[in-house]
Design a protein around this ligand. Sequence first.
Ligand code: GDG
Length: 478
Amino acid sequence: MTSTRKTFDLVVAANRLPVDKQVDEQGNVEWHRSPGGLVTAMESVMRSNPGAWVGWSGDAGEAPPPFDEEGMHLRPVGLSAEEVRDFYEGFSNDTLWPIYHDVIVPASFHREWWAAYVRVNRRFAEAVAEEAAPGARVWIQDYQLQLAPAFVRQLRPDVRIGWFNHIPFPPVELFAQLPWRSSLLEGLLGADFLGFQRQADARNFVRACRQLLGLRAKGERVALDDGSGRQVRATAIPISVDYRGLESLAQQPEVMARAKEIRESLGNPDVLMLGVDRLDYTKGIRHRLKAYEELLLERHIGPPDVTLVQVATPSRERVEAYRSLREEIEQTVGRINGELGKIGAPAVHYLHHSYPREEMAALFQAADVMLVTPLRDGMNLVAKEYVTCRHDLGGALVLSEFTGAWHELHQAFTCNPHDIEGLKQAMLRAINTPKRDKERIMRALRRRVADHDVQRWARRYLAALDAAPGVPAPDPRG
Ligand code: GDG
C-alpha cells in the first residue's frame, strides 16, 4: 500500500504552535508567527530540512486542520477545555512546574490531572508519528511532553527521538515526591538523546534513573534493561537568543530614539533599573522589590534620581499560586510608591502588560541596571537579550546564580536573591562601578552570547541527536 501524504524529515513537537491566531473584523482567521527564540532557531534548521511542527493552537476545542505557514508545516493538536485545565494548568503548571523549580510553592497532585497528561502526550505522539518521514528526526520540547518520547518510539521505532528540557531538572530528592516519577523517567527514556540547560540538570536526570529505576549509567549514558541494549545520552546544550537578529533590531534608529524617549518620559533619571519577567514566582520579583525598597528606606538611592520599571507579563492567570503572587506584588508596589514615591516621580513603574519586541529592545537600551533575580530558572533569556541589545556597551546586568544563564555570564553582577543584603550590595555595585569597568564586563558578556547564539544551539542539538548512541555497535574484540 502506498500513501501520497507528504511527510517530513524533521518534526518538532512543542506544547504550543509557533503562531498565534488572530481573527479580523470579518471573522477571518489569520495566523501570525510568535516571536520566540525557539521559532527563530527552528527556522534556521528548517531552511535545509523540510520541517513540521506539532503543537496546540492555544484555544480549547477541536484542532483546526493542518496548514503551511512561513515554510513550516503546522499540525495543530486539539485540547478540550477540561484538558487545558487538567493537562496544561494542572499537571504541567501546578504539579511539574513547582517540583522542577525547587518547590518554591507547594505542588498539587491529582490523579485526574495525570490521566489527562498521559492522554494528551499520547495524542501529540500520534500526530508526530503521522507527520514523520521514514528515519526522520523528531525533536520534542519541554516538561509538558515527557511521555511523548516513549509513545513515539512505540509507534515509530524507525525515527530518531530527541527531547529538550527548557526548565531545570530537579534533584532526585524533590523529583521522588512525584507519584508518577517512574512513568515520567520511562517516558523520557523513549528518546535517543536528552538535552538540558545545565550539566547539573543532566546529572540529576541520570541519578534519578539510577536511584528510582535501578538502571546502570556510565557518565552521560543510561543503559536500558529491557534487553534492547539501547543507551540514552543526557547532556547540557544551553539555549540562547537570536543574537544577530536582535542586535540589528536594537540598532534601528527608531528603537534607539524610543529608548531615549522612554528615559525622557521617566524624567531622565540618573539610574533607570529594569525588571522584565513573566509574572511567575520563580522569577524572584518579590525579593527584588524588597531589596529595592530597603535601599530606598536606607536612603542609598531614591526617586527622582533612581527609578525602577518592572514589566510583569501576564502569565497562567487561572492558576491560584499566580493569582496570589500578582496580588502580593501589586500590594508591595502600591506600598513602596505610597511611602517612598514623589509627585511625578513614582519609585516603581509597574506594568502588567505584554509589549512588542521593538519596545522590549528599547527598554533594554534605556536601562542602566537590568535586574534578573530568579530563585530558579532553566536559562533566563531576558539576561541574554539585555546584553545583546547593549551594542553601546552601556548598562549593567545583575544576575542570580540560580539561573542557567549565570553559568555562561558569570562576569555579571552576581547575586543570591535569597540574601537580601547581598542583593542590595550587587545592585549598588551595578550602579557605582566605574563606566570603563562596566563596559569591559559588557563586552565580555556580549562576546559570549554572540559566539553561542540560538542558531548554534539548534545545530549542536541536532548534531548530538544524530550522534546519540542508540544501540551501540558490538565491540569488535568480542
Ligand atoms: C522558559 C524557561 C528558559 C517577556 N515579556 C515579553 C516578552 N517576553 C519574552 C522575553 C523572553 C521570553 O519572553 C521569556 O523567556 P525567559 O527565558 O526569560 O523565561 P520563561 O518564559 O520562563 O522561559 C527559561 C526559556 O524557557 C527558554 O528555554 O530560558 O528558563 O523558564 O524572550 O523577552 N516578549 C515580548 N513582550 C513581552 O511583554 N515581545
